[in-house]
Design a binder for this molecule. Sequence first.
Ligand SMILES: [Mg+2]
Length: 192
Amino acid sequence: MRPPYLLLDVDGVLIPFPDADGAGPASHTRHDVVPIDRRSDNPVTVWLNPAHGPLLTQVIRTGLVIPVWCTSWRQDASTLIGPLLGLPRLPYIDLPRPQITTSHPNGYLWKRDHVDAWLGNAPVIWIDDDFTDLDHEWAAERTARGRTTALVQPDPHVGLLAEHLVEVLAWSVLLPVAQTDVPAIPHEAEAG
Ligand SMILES: [Mg+2]
């Protein structure tokens, strides 16, 4: 059984919303990055917590989840944001670029339909700051259909905390136990 996906948002998760002065929390460090669609003389300022790199690395090294970026940063998450935290180049979901003025154009997160199709039947734990009640209903319905789905929702003004990743690990440790119960029986019979 493949491990579940861990979908990772960037804005509001790794990059908290700035304060009134445009700065990030004291825990975060300023970087200027140049996304792939911008000129080098027009960088974007981001605030990242250097502690997030080792925390995420520990989660990735467990092998309990398959980390995938799920963010409007798209490949820039893999090539710009992740490396600033010391992360390897992780895969990313190539989200569409809808012309929208809100992140909930239909009352739920704009990424969701694309993610739903991308996931197929795969189990997932998804960290994003921007879920609505309809997204939580979607997760519950998906889980009820046997596609185990968990949403983790940091406060966008604070961003990702260690406790969110503890939640990811606690969830993923329990998941394979139930799912590998059945295949384990014929394997034991062969051995005996
Ligand atoms: Mg976000």
